[in-house]
Design a protein around this ligand. Sequence first.
Ligand SMILES: Cc1cc2nc3c(=O)[nH]c(=O)nc-3n(C[C@H](O)[C@H](O)[C@H](O)COP(=O)(O)O)c2cc1C
Ligand SMILES: CCCCC(=O)C(=O)O
Length: 389
Amino acid sequence: MAQHWADFQYEIYLNGTTGAVPRLPTDPSRLEELAEHRLGPGPVGYVAGSAGDGSTARANQAALDRHRIVPRMLRDVHARDLTTELLGRTLPAPLALAPVGVLSIMHPDAESAAARAAAARGVPYILSSASSTPLEQVAEAMGDAERWFQLYWGKDREVTRSFLGRAQASGYSVLVVTLDTPLLAWRPRDLDQAYLPFLHGVGTANYVTDPAFRAGLAKPVHEDPNAAVMHFLGLFGDAGHTWPDLAFLREHWDGPIVLKGVLHPDDARLAADAGVDGVVVSNHGGRQVAGSIAAADALPGVADAVGDRLTVLFDSGVRTGADVFKALALGARAVLLGRPYVYGFGLDGEAGVDHVIRCVLAEFDLTLALSGHARPDTVTRADLAETAP
Ligand SMILES: Cc1cc2nc3c(=O)[nH]c(=O)nc-3n(C[C@H](O)[C@H](O)[C@H](O)COP(=O)(O)O)c2cc1C
Ligand SMILES: CCCCC(=O)C(=O)O
């Protein structure tokens, strides 16, 4: 019998016959509840929190929920293939792990362990610029598995140039440039606890190991670590960038470039005109602009504007396999999974990330089949009905 991601459910049931139950819940809300209960209030608040009144994060979920799948019957979905061609590579499924910085606040094994879990399933791992482990060390933990580098495009061109060179030398193949975080947003949950990971020395590993960054410090990092953190906070973002500045990145990166944080169809067109290869329709999980459009509501407009010119990816609100299906139906080629894997990681390290990847892909495989599809790329908007809010 062909192997399917869906087989994970029988693995769970069969293990149950010997008394073994999964170490983590399969339901994403229960996973989040458990994380809230077990992990430290500062770290879990940082992960779960969002901008302002939290309305964007809620809207992300509500928008996905408003779209309902209309399953089709008798379509021979016996043998399924989730393989997805994207940006010149073949992925086992339309899924990658979203860039999430500062992972050592959740588990001491940090990014290397999360990346190993992704690598073991062939799922691309997108390493954040703000990782707690230097990008070279994470690359080493991954062998030759697919890895992408997320750039915080900061104020210092030499640091940017150096990051791109280091990432390329370490085998990161796709550059994901995050546009929606030139400034850290107003985040009440963190403010009320006065908790910011960087001030605990987390999330600056790529910077403090970088010769160009160090050249901007008055004293060596070990002599004045706080000054290094303040220097990082001063330069990680640049609110002065405009579209023509992208030429600099295009010039210094040989490979696909994807812009993360695009919500407006006109910005998607500007991205295509700038010669990049893809966009991630994303509102950063509601962590940047409170009151913003839900990412799923922005997706069809962006897909209509540039779907034939750019690879359209999606994140912000993906919790389940059904959400993956809906994002594909609304025009995404693949999705990035964010908070759910971070909770799995916080609760059970590398095994927790593996668990979450398998849950999402098993449910996606089943949703696909039970809705009448044997492949992700046959899913279209006709598979959805939109219900009133
Ligand atoms: C704790 C945390 C840290 C994040 N760090 C980064 C980052 O360093 N770079 C980035 O581009 N996005 C970052 N993101 C945003 C994610 O890549 C992604 O857009 C977001 O998590 C999607 O929303 P969701 O997790 O609610 O689905 C972070 C998100 C969280 C929750
Ligand atoms: C300065 C923000 C870096 C991490 C990040 O992107 C997030 O917390 O959402």
